[in-house]
Write a protein that binds this ligand. Structure first.
Ligand code: SAH
Length: 590
């Protein structure tokens, strides 16, 4: 590997790499003091040219622009050109400039970034730029050949994904294929990403994700030594072939929360102690109840019951209660018990509001959830809104209008199967959208995460001025899910209560009389000059904002892409903007 630098800072970074990879690098000296220096021997140009001809990979401590100019005349073809990585003067970025895949520059950029503190790899080849999830960012421990497998995923090499545990993972790129059997054999040049709670020892091409699915229940007599507790826990896991890195917690009865042997064992395992009241433990059916703990702490089982309780519904007892084997001279009684349970892996259902349309009104959290998902469910037009943000390999289940119930069912079923699902909707996913039908179907065995979005009402209000400055309601005029009598009663109530009203779904082809009717109900309590804002396609192409009055609104300008916000009796138009005062005192005083 050739190293070329032109400045003092570059030379320092160069020496660092040379020291990090002894025997693998070759330094091309330059005498010039900048990238622009001449063309003779000792010039940067000359050093780059020699390194380019002699090395299979090249790191240039130069600006990308300078490097591009220097290597351009040297370019041959993709198969034979070396991979070139540029590192900036401040060593913030290692940019894979040339030969990302074939030349190994992507891989090299990662390696350089690892070797230089604070440096980040910049990889722009198509499949990688969209981002492959970092194995160490998935919220669980990972061990084994993490760097090698990450690089294989990144560089498009064959990677087998083997799941012993159905933990929800983000989408993986297409070169990561899910194994249908449970075997971890890999192809000759392939890698394996294993998701497992088994105590397997990974080889140099296997990385193991350790989902926190195990709970160890422990009971201990007063003064039980930490060694005895720790030893019991470790042996119980080892005998069952389970990895200690998948243990989420030690669980016990409240009365033992401060028991030093338990506290210390948890510290050594690096997990918290979780405690439960004796009566909660007593209510858990267990295979091995006994009288001793009943007398001492008030429950016939501590270890088994606590492990099962910590793991929640559908927990599986994988190691039934066993007792410690006290070491040392003399045959004293066992002082600790332990049992291990496994939780059913919980799928993840994220209810993600995408906002009204504009990309910068999509929250960073929504973006994160979209990238965390392996399955995205939604209406086709909303999927289109964010398709470029999804990780390659994300399974997209889109459907047309009207298939709401089915869509909600699909999303829940996918999450129950252990996957990471994002159910998306415009605005907020809980407002006239999919969150409620989905949760009406959902059982307690999945994790649900709501990500709020900017609603159409809020986006429209921001365009109109400040129409929602006091109490307000939204009313949907669609009688698809709600009988018209109910809608009418609500509009009347809003009119009487002098609430600002935002009408959603105001008008469609074949549903054209509802809006005029609703406006006439409001007009019974509001003057014809009451300000009305009509906003079509808020924050989307074709956005149109109109401020008119209750007396003058032309319903023909309203369609299904529109919301209509009707002011209350205090709403005014100030400098062309709708303003609803925060309180009625303001109105009285003005
Ligand atoms: N969940 C969405 C509402 C979906 S109901 C939200 O929180 O905003 C669909 C209705 O919302 C449309 O008929 C229209 O009345 C309104 N709407 C959605 N997006 C809009 C936008 N960008 N501009 C104006 N109205 C919009």
């Amino acid at each position: 590997m050739g190293l070329v630098s032109a400045t003092a800072a570059g030379r320092r970074a160069r020496d660092r790499l040379a020291a990090a990879w002894p025997g693998e690098t070759r330094v091309y000296d330059t005498t010039g003091d900048g990238a622009g220096g001449g063309a003779g021997p000792g010039s940067v140009r000359d050093a780059v040219a020699r390194a380019f001809a002699e090395c299979d990979r090249l790191v240039c401590f130069l600006a990308t622009g300078a490097t591009v100019r220097l290597v351009a005349p040297l370019l041959g073809d993709k198969a034979s050109d070396p991979g070139v990585v540029c590192v900036d003067e401040a060593q913030r970025y290692a940019v894979a400039l040339l030969g990302g895949h074939a030349g190994g520059a992507n891989e090299l950029a990662h390696a350089v970034a690892e070797a230089l503190p604070g440096c980040r790899p910049v990889v722009t080849t198509a499949t990688d730029a969209v981002g492959v999830p970092g194995l160490d960012t998935l919220g669980m421990p990972v061990e084994g050949a993490v760097a090698a497998v990450s690089r294989a995923i990144l560089d498009g090499g064959p990677v087998r994904l083997v799941r012993h545990v159905a933990s929800p993972l983000p989408a993986m790129p297409p070169n990561v294929t899910e194994a249908t059997d449970n075997g971890t054999e890999r192809d000759e040049d392939g890698h394996v990403l294993l998701v497992s709670d088994r105590a397997v020892v990974p080889d140099d091409r296997t990385a193991v994700l350790r989902p926190p699915v195990l709970s160890v229940g422990v009971g201990a007599s007063r003064g039980a030594p930490a060694d005895e507790v720790t030893d019991l826990v470790e042996r119980s896991l080892a005998d069952a072939g389970l990895s200690p890195r998948c243990v989420a917690e030690l669980a016990t009865v409240e009365a033992k929360a401060e028991e030093p042997g338990i506290v210390e064992a948890a510290r050594r395992l690096g997990v918290p102690v979780r405690t439960y009241p004796a009566d909660a433990l007593a209510a858990v059916p267990v295979p091995h109840p006994s009288d001793a703990p009943l007398a001492a702490v008030g429950t016939p089982s501590v270890a088994e019951a606590a492990a099962l309780l910590a793991c929640g519904e559908e927990a599986e007892l994988v190691v039934p209660k066993r007792k410690s084997e006290p070491g040392g001279p003399g045959a004293r009684a066992a002082m600790a018990t332990c049992a291990v349970a496994r939780r059913r892996p919980r799928g993840r259902l994220a209810l993600v509001g995408l906002g009204p349309g504009a990309r910068d009104l999509l929250t960073p959290r929504a973006r994160e959830e979209l990238r965390r998902a392996s399955v995205v469910v939604g209406l086709d037009q909303y999927v289109d809104q964010v398709r470029d943000l999804l990780r390659p390999g994300t399974r997209v289940l889109e459907s047309g209008l009207g298939a709401e119930e089915e869509r909600a069912r699909t999303a829940v079923a996918e999450a129950r199967a252990g996957r990471a699902v994002a159910l998306i909707g415009s605005g907020d996913a809980g407002v006239y959208a999919m969150a409620s039908p989905a949760l009406a179907e959902a059982s307690a065995d999945i994790d649900v995460v709501g990500v709020p979005g900017v609603t159409a009402a809020l986006a429209a209000a921001a365009l109109l001025g400040a129409p929602l400055g006091h109490d307000h309601v939204s009313i949907s005029l669609s009688d698809l899910h709600t009988p018209w009598e109910v809608i009418e009663r609500r509009v009347r109530s809003a009119a009487e209560a002098d609430l600002v009203v935002t009408f959603y779904n105001p008008r469609s082809r074949g549903r054209d009389w509802q809006l005029p009717k609703a406006l006439s109900l409001l007009a019974e309590h509001r003057a014809p000059h009451t300000p009305v804002g009509v906003v079509r396609n808020a924050s989307r192409p074709g956005e149109r904002v109109t401020v008119t009055t209750l007396g003058e609104l032309d319903p023909d300008v309203v369609d299904m892409m529109t919301v209509v916000t009707v002011g209350n009796t205090a709403t005014r138009v100030v400098a062309g903007r709708m303003v609803t005062p925060r309180g009625y005192r303001w109105q009285e005083g003005s």
